[in-house]
Write a protein that binds this ligand. Structure first.
Ligand code: ATP
Ligand code: ZN
Ligand code: MG
Length: 503
């Protein structure tokens, strides 16, 4: 026995007590078990007691979970007893639902769940009991989600808190330079940028904006347009539904900027608020909290989720594959907290995100084309000292073909592009800056958003071109003086605009 479900059904009227009531109910329960669980899973009604309007029932099984049988039992009960005894179902709940499943290795740290439960281990078997599950939780299959969550938490522990696996792909070509400053500090000193007005946000004056936009032009002209990517323009707010489907909401809730709506735009409702502002010249935050609803969306975290939403439920014609689009409209917001640093790690950044969908072969070929184009830009236009690494995010660790150990398997996963930042120290010891990445994520998102191909398999991937990161990587190596910049970049950038002189 792997699964045991102890449940209670409350009826709207009493049945005969004892053996007579049981004789009425047991055949219905056994029928449900046999039909739903089948012979293979050895499902059984291991206990059944009828007392007045309450039925206590215990179902056991191996393999398939018994709650489907319980739900079927209750439905049959309703049909039969409604007719013969004029009795309906008032409520249904599981007192305890226990499942045993293999978990190897057993987690070293205790694992918690946000619902009533107990968990213990017998060798490499985990025994999980959920208590007090109502009908909705049973129908919604919380039990399997709880098992999956315990497994995920155990895997995370085994991964020792390391979110990413890292392996060098292409080493850097050393490019000696003389600039050693933190480029953000240098830009602040020259008045190119100003920090604020809210956390982790920067105002880029004409000179800094000029460099950032040159990076954007460079990426579009030298990488995206030649490869046939088309621009899309997407909204700036992501719905919770989108982020539930991608898994971001469960994965990174502490990194979002949440969007809340006013409860009303009726000026009358806001009068007390506006009067307080006029008198106190301060923000009456308590009053504001009453007038604004709970968060209902998220400010763009990454652009690809909304691109997948655009395609959701659609079948893409073969002639449209590989589908290649990019967004440069939505601006990414992330709560980076303690990690913030200069323009390198900001709470608001500008990024071009190319997204591609196609057969696995098409995407692997496109990855090579993108790599070749990016290489051309970083080597010959920006003349950067950069390298690539194979990293596999935690969520892909368990899928096939991720090449965590075996390089020939490197199909699904991410390539990080990293730049050496001289101000941080030596090449060997300092941390390099991830200035962009390139991923193939298999069918994770095409499945989650039911995006279908005309035939065969449909995979997807994306690449994050972080413009602040391109800018800082470049300035950290080449300095702020255009005289020291590679000529091809100067051509693309054009003459720098004057910054205002402040007295
Ligand atoms: P990091 O490990 O540096 O936090 P990430 O793995 O969170 O980066 P992704 O979510 O993969 O980054 O985003 C893709 C690209 O977006 C990055 O390669 C980088 O260019 C840019 N990016 C991400 N976070 C920031 C940030 N806080 N500030 C500036 N650019 C960023
Ligand atoms: Zn993406
Ligand atoms: Mg990050």
């Amino acid at each position: 026995m792997e699964n045991e479900l102890v449940a209670e059904v409350v009826l709207s009227g009493a049945l005969p007590e004892g053996p007579e009531g049981e004789a009425l109910v047991r055949p219905i329960a056994e029928e449900a078990v046999a039909q739903v669980l089948g012979a293979k899973s050895e499902g059984a009604v291991s206990q059944l007691v009828v007392r007045g309007e309450r039925i206590a029932i215990t179902l056991t099984s191996t393999g398939a979970r018994p709650h489907q049988a319980l739900l079927s039992f209750v439905k049959r009960l309703q049909d039969r007893l409604g007719r013969s005894h004029r009795v309906g179902i008032r409520s249904l709940r599981a007192l305890h639902y226990t499942v045993r499943f293999p978990l190897d290795p057993v987690p070293a740290q205790p694992i918690g769940l946000p619902i009533p439960h107990e968990i213990w281990y017998e060798g490499t078997t985990a025994v999980l009991t959920l208590s007090e599950l109502d009908e909705e939780a049973l129908r919604d299959n919380w039990i399997d989600r709880a098992v999956a969550l315990v497994e995920e938490k155990a895997r995370r522990q085994a991964y020792q808190g390391k979110e990413q696996y890292w392996a060098l792909l292409k080493p850097a070509v050393v490019r000696p330079g003389s600039f050693r400053e933190d480029p953000t500090e240098a830009m602040i000193r020259r008045g190119w940028v100003r920090n604020g007005p809210t956390k982790g946000k920067w105002f880029l004056g004409p000179r800094a904006a000029h460099v950032l936009r040159a990076m954007e032009r460079l990426a579009r002209r030298e990488v995206l347009e030649p490869l046939g990517f088309s621009e899309v323009v997407q909204p700036h707010h992501d719905s919770f539904d989108i982020l539930l489907r991608t898994g971001h909401l469960a994965g990174l809730p502490g990194e979002f900027y949440y969007v809340a709506e006013p409860r009303t735009r009726d000026p009358g409702a806001w009068e007390r608020f506006t009067d307080l502002v006029k008198i106190t010249r301060q923000v009456p935050t308590e009053e504001l909290a009453k007038l604004v609803g709970p968060p209902s969306a998220v400010s763009c975290y990454a652009q690809c989720p909304t691109v997948y939403w655009w395609l959701s439920g659609r079948t893409i014609a073969e002639g449209s594959l590989p589908l290649k689009v990019y967004d440069r409209t939505a601006i990414s917001n992330r709560y980076e907290s303690g990690g913030r640093h200069g323009l390198e790690r900001v709470d608001e950044f500008h990024r071009i995100e190319p997204v591609y969908l196609g057969t696995p072969e098409q995407l692997l070929a496109l990855r090579e084309e993108l790599l070749a184009r990016y290489t051309q830009v970083f080597d010959n236009v920006l003349e950067l000292e950069w390298r690539t690494a194979w990293v596999t995010p935690f969520y892909l660790q368990q899928s096939g073909g991720v090449g965590v150990e075996d390089a020939t398997e490197r199909i699904q996963g991410t390539i990080d592009f990293e730049a050496y930042l001289p101000y941080r120290g030596s090449r060997e010891e300092s941390e390099w800056l991830e200035f962009q990445n390139l991923s193939i994520v298999g069918d994770k998102y095409t499945k989650a958003f039911t995006i279908r191909p005309q035939k065969g398999l449909l995979w997807s991937g994306c690449s994050g071109i972080g413009l602040e990161r391109w800018t800082t990587a470049f300035l950290a190596q080449k300095g702020l003086d255009p005289e020291g910049w590679p000529s091809r970049f100067r051509e693309i950038a054009g003459p720098p605009p004057p910054d205002p002189t402040f007295l």
